[in-house]
Ligand binder design. Structure first.
Ligand code: PLP
Length: 394
């Protein structure tokens, strides 16, 4: 009889978004006229910018003519997009060969797939609270997880020389805490990884939200990162591609372990397991990296940043402790009056119909914390902020 992957039995059931939907639906059945203000799920509310839409339309037309039609795309990404991404890094003084950039259909897919490069016996260090896919993808593969707890006031901890980790996840700007690593903080992890021979998986999905000039957008801004890091990025939040799907991964040429090049292994992996990302979507993504595309996506990001400012002002006025919101689209707060994450969820739902995300969904130790996202509709966010002040101000 077939033996299933028994590691799945070790996964904790994630009822987070299911429970949110159930509770919201139950409330709506009792109060059908109430409108919900959604500050919970991390999906964007603004559509794709016009530069992307124009490029997508043009690419559809290309597919209608024999001379411009594209069939299978190169598995690791179209040269035009790999070069456009390399050009984007160049603006930050990071020199990448286009062969070091792999186009993907999103960061989530890549975070799971990339683990094919590593042996099952490796441990995976996850700084928690964290995006749940880091832990779950490694549990599915049967790896040992090192739960590395970070605390309110220091969500960007340093490495601990007494802990030996093989795979290290760093997400900056962070989901869910909104924290960002400084150059000095990242350098400590890079030095640690190079010393131990570990590999850092740097999740830069929210780099476009960084405002402070001295905060690194890429791990490759740090000396020594080319010999110990892989970077995973996404256009989901940067350019509204959550439903369009496109991401990219950087694996430096010289990144080797036991004489094996991770870049060459990944080429082998992609050419075996994928047939490339759609030509049309890659053309849409290419438009993001043009000057006009960059100008337009910044306008959308500014809307989310205004949402962040509105929510932060409301929390300040209400006297609620929080972090994030500045260089990241997430605000992480301490539930008032000692409420648990789910108690606070119910309190907001029942009193002001504001829906957020219970922090306990991101780590067992995060009960008593809560996450707001800034991706919601601007008017809804402003109304939610007013209601929060009225409800929580003492
Ligand atoms: N990484 C982090 C930290 C995220 O929060 C998300 C999505 O919310 C992803 C990766 C996934 O992005 P994508 O839509 O490209 O799969």
């Amino acid at each position: 009889m077939l033996k299933p992957n028994i590691n799945y039995a070790q996964l904790k059931d994630s009822y987070l978004f299911y429970n949110i939907a159930q509770k919201t639906e139950a409330y709506q059945q009792k109060h059908p006229t109430e409108n919900f203000l959604k500050l919970g799920i991390g999906d964007v509310s603004l559509p794709l910018c016009s530069a992307v839409i124009t490029a997508l339309h043009k690419a559809v037309d290309d597919q209608s003519e024999k001379d411009s039609f594209h069939g299978y795309m190169p598995e690791c990404g179209a040269p035009f997009l790999r070069e456009a991404i390399a050009g984007h890094y160049k603006k930050r003084n990071i020199s990448l060969d286009s062969d070091e950039i792999f186009v993907s259909s999103g960061a989530s897919d890549e975070l799971g797939d990339i683990l094919d490069l590593f042996d099952k016996s490796n441990s995976a260090l996850v700084i928690e609270p964290a995006y749940p896919a880091y832990v779950d993808a490694n549990i599915m593969a049967g790896r040992r997880i090192i739960h590395y707890t970070s605390e309110f006031g220091n969500f960007t901890p340093d490495p601990d020389e007494n802990v030996q980790a093989d795979i290290i996840y760093i997400c900056s700007p962070n989901n869910p805490t909104g924290a960002v690593y400084t150059r000095e903080g990242l350098k400590k992890w890079v030095d640690y990884a190079n010393r131990l021979g570990s590999v850092i998986i740097f999740d830069a999905a929210y780099e476009a939200f960084i405002e402070d000039g001295d905060i690194p957008h890429s791990i490759f801004e740090i000396d020594g990162a080319r010999s110990c890091a892989v970077e995973i990025c996404s256009l989901s939040k940067t350019a509204g591609f959550t439903g369009t799907r496109l991401g990219y991964t950087v694996i430096p040429d010289g990144l080797e372990r036991m004489g094996m090049s991770l870049n060459k292994m990944w080429v082998r992996n992609r050419t075996t397991k994928t047939n490339g990302v759609s030509y049309i979507i890659q053309r849409g993504a290419e438009a993001v990296f043009t000057d006009e595309g960059q100008r337009q996506i910044r306008q959308n990001i500014e809307v989310y940043k205004k949402n962040a400012a509105v929510l932060m002002n409301a929390l300040d006025e209400a006297g609620v402790s929080y972090c994030g919101g500045k260089n990241a689209p997430y605000i992480w707060l301490k539930c008032p009056d000692g409420m648990s994450s789910w108690e606070f969820f119910d309190y907001l739902l029942e009193n002001i119909q504001v829906i957020g995300t219970p922090g306990v969904g991101f780590s067992e130790k995060s009960d008593g914390y809560f996450r707001f996202t800034t991706f919601g509709d601007a008017e809804d966010t402003a109304v939610a902020a007013e209601r929060l002040v009225k409800l929580l101000k003492k």
